[in-house]
Write a protein that binds this ligand. Structure first.
Ligand SMILES: [Zn+2]
Length: 331
């Protein structure tokens, strides 16, 4: 067996770090990089060895290689992590998101990051709240905590509010502030709120597409008159035909507003922040468990109550958009 004195520098790094779970992944990437570098410099490249023509730099290729090599252990997928997380809460994936329920599935994949939240908070037992009664029951069970932020009442689950207050204090200590964006709608919402916001997109879009001749007035009237669930299904079906319901009519309504009964604000784990463009504010919020988790919704932060370093091991992937990091389900 090789003694420590005879180890190569790389093997010594491996030996020193082998028990550190958090470093294993980076370490495995380094194995590849060292291997490639040695191959480049000491052997004649084979005709079928294109890697020998590349000069890798550990600093600029770590992430690409980590994400592209099938021989490396990959980060877990969202659907691989959920069963265990749900079991700990005595929940089941097929109850949260019944198979064949397209709306529930879309909701889970768009807004489902909240399901990896720490056990200090409650998560809904279904992706979609069917009505106001279900929302009220959940909110009462989770507990509603209130605090005033610049004359606006913020209502969240207790652990989420405590973390937000701590972040607010830390921000103030550094001459910054964290304020609710949109008044009372920045935190807890009701089912009725989500329905109103939904209609604020759907009704103008129907008028727009009618005026443009893409939708007949009969079809528009029929969609306007549908019960909520059927209306959601009809809108999503029309979007498959390129008739979009976002504010600018260019993208899916789901990128513009949550479907009725699906907003993270119903779970009281979401807070819209005025200062979302300030990287220092985002940093402070992240230190207190608050992260951006909905790609198209920049001011929207979700309380996960987790350390940022553990999020990618919980089935979320980090995506940077407009220089901001979002943690969304890896599906
Ligand atoms: Zn929001």
């Amino acid at each position: 067996m090789m003694t420590p004195e005879r180890l190569t520098p790389f093997q010594r790094r491996l030996d020193a770090s082998i028990n550190s779970h958090s470093e294993t992944r980076a370490l495995l990437v380094l194995i590849r990089l060292d291997d490639i570098t040695e191959h480049d410099t000491t052997t004649t490249p084979d005709a079928d060895a294109p890697r020998a023509t590349h000069h890798f730099s550990p600093t600029d290729t770590l992430i690409d290689i980590a994400h592209s090599s099938s021989s490396l252990p990959s980060l877990p997928l969202f659907y691989d992590v959920l069963p265990e997380l749900f079991a700990a809460r005595k929940m089941r994936l097929d109850k949260v998101c019944p198979s064949g329920d397209v709306i529930a599935r879309c909701t889970l994949e768009e807004y489902g990051a909240l399901f990896v939240a720490a056990e200090s908070v409650c998560v809904p037992e279904a992706c979609v709240f069917a009505n106001e009664r279900e929302v009220t029951e959940f909110q009462n069970q989770a507990g509603i905590a209130c605090a005033m932020f610049d004359e606006t009442e913020v209502q969240l689950q207790p652990a989420a509010l405590l973390a937000l207050i701590a972040a607010h204090k830390e921000a103030e200590g550094s001459g910054m502030t964290i304020t609710p964006r949109g008044g009372g709608e920045a935190s807890r919402r009701s089912y009725e709120d989500t329905l109103r916001l939904w209609l604020s997109r759907v009704l103008p879009a129907l008028d727009f597409w009618c005026a443009g001749g893409r939708v007949s007035s009969d079809e528009a009237d029929a969609v306007r008159g549908l019960p909520t669930n059927a209306q959601v299904a009809a809108v999503l079906e029309m979007e498959e035909r390129g008739i979009f319901f976002s504010k600018d009519f260019k993208k899916s309504v789901m990128r513009s507003v949550a479907l009725p009964g699906t907003s993270q604000h119903l779970a009281m784990l979401a807070f819209d922040v005025t200062e979302f463009r300030d990287a220092s504010v985002r940093c402070i919020l992240a230190r207190h468990g608050w992260f951006q988790t909905v790609l198209s919704d920049m001011p929207h932060f979700t309380f996960l109550g987790r350390a940022e370093e553990e999020l990618t091991s919980l089935g979320l992937q980090r995506i940077v958009a407009d220089e901001q990091a979002f943690y969304v389900p890896r599906v």
